[in-house]
Design a protein around this ligand. Structure first.
Ligand SMILES: Nc1nc2c(c(=O)[nH]1)N[C@H]1C(S)=C(S)[C@@H](COP(=O)(O)O)O[C@H]1N2
Ligand SMILES: [Mo]
Length: 321
């Protein structure tokens, strides 16, 4: 019997499930231990109450659980929205919040096409209404050896892929983020080959852990985290989880990705979290959980081996990094 290695909490609108208890922000802070939260904030250099929090934190954050399935506490909304990699805006992790503040994520369209029987274009409203949103509490591990625990809302990518009916010749999925240099100052630099592109093997894309996230803490996805819709692949380094998705293409060959085209010896196609395979310039054996002092060991497949190790049976993971 398969054990669930993530927490999945159905997201229920108040009219459907009045009995479901969502913790208010205050209750959540209480549950997490107020002193603990203060210490966590101090540890990462943010003093509670004084930080410039962008975007404005909604008053009624909704979360169905306060820790992941390993018992690790959720990162706070402030942490998740003020320490981001989003190179279309800036390479400064603490600068993304301010620079992305006015990003216009509506109207939005995601085109799904390529080797499929039924190409489709989804507006954000379609994504929200056609697919049942769930809360998924996932650990996210950046290749730069920091991590967070994030309560996403979203739905399995597999549900969307099934609607377009991939042809048997489709073996990979190629994803593309928005190209909009007028809104994204980082795209005015020619250093990176914009738009941001990523890819997954079709079976990775169809795995239940792989989601399209449309929200955070039960609220619409804030701009720094990839509004209005981003990919989340929690057993891979964070750069696979591309933000502000506009294209999903089913293809026959392994697609090029932004990072592997810039530095193929550092960033492979697979990018599975693996403490045993160091990055050429640093170890991947441990990580810094944002908000914690010290480091913790990195888990194989970021702790999701039970769900995904079988996808790589017979593969040399040092060779296929
Ligand atoms: N379009 C786009 N997506 C992106 C990135 C980016 O620069 N552009 N950075 C990636 C990296 S390196 C990480 S670690 C995660 C960070 O997601 P978070 O800021 O929501 O934690 O987003 C990924 N998705
Ligand atoms: Mo990352």
């Amino acid at each position: 019997m398969a054990t669930l290695r993530y927490k999945s909490v159905p997201v229920k609108s108040s009219e459907i499930t009045p009995e479901h208890v969502y913790l208010s922000r205050r209750e959540f802070m209480k549950a997490a231990g107020v002193a603990g939260v203060g210490a966590l904030l101090a540890a990462c250099g943010i003093s509670p109450g004084q930080s410039e929090v962008l975007p404005t934190e909604p008053a009624d954050l909704q979360v169905g659980a306060t820790s992941d399935e390993l018992g690790d506490a959720l990162n706070t909304y402030e942490q998740i929205t003020n320490y981001n990699n989003y190179y279309e805006f800036t390479t400064d992790k603490e600068g993304v919040a301010r620079l992305s503040k006015d990003f216009k994520s509506s109207p939005w369209e995601v085109q799904v096409y390529g080797l499929v029987d039924k190409p489709m274009t989804f507006g954000l409203e379609d994504l929200l209404s056609k697919f049942t949103q769930q809360e998924r509490i996932y650990r996210m591990r950046c290749v730069e050896a920091w991590s967070m625990v994030i309560p996403w809302t979203g739905f399995p990518l597999a549900e969307l892929l099934k609607q377009v009916e991939p042809l048997s010749s489709a073996k990979y999925v190629r994803f593309e983020s928005i190209l909009d240099p007028e809104q994204m100052p980082g795209q005015k630099s020619g250093f990176y080959p914009w738009p941001y592109q990523e890819g997954l093997r079709l079976d990775e894309a169809m795995n239940d852990l792989t989601i399209l996230a449309t929200g955070l803490y039960g609220k619409p996805l804030p701009n720094p985290t990839g509004a209005p819709v981003r990919l989340v692949v929690p057993w891979k380094y964070g750069f696979k989880s591309l933000k502000a998705i506009v294209k999903i293409e089913l293809v026959a060959e392994q697609p090029a990705t932004l990072w592997s085209s810039i530095a193929p010896n550092e960033y492979g196609f697979y990018s599975n979290v693996n403490p045993e395979v160091p990055h050429p310039r640093w170890s991947q054996a441990s990580e810094r959980r944002i908000g914690e002092a010290g480091r913790r060991p990195t888990l194989m497949f970021n702790g999701y081996a039970g769900e995904v190790a079988h996808l790589y049976d017979g593969m040399d993971l040092a060779e296929n990094y």
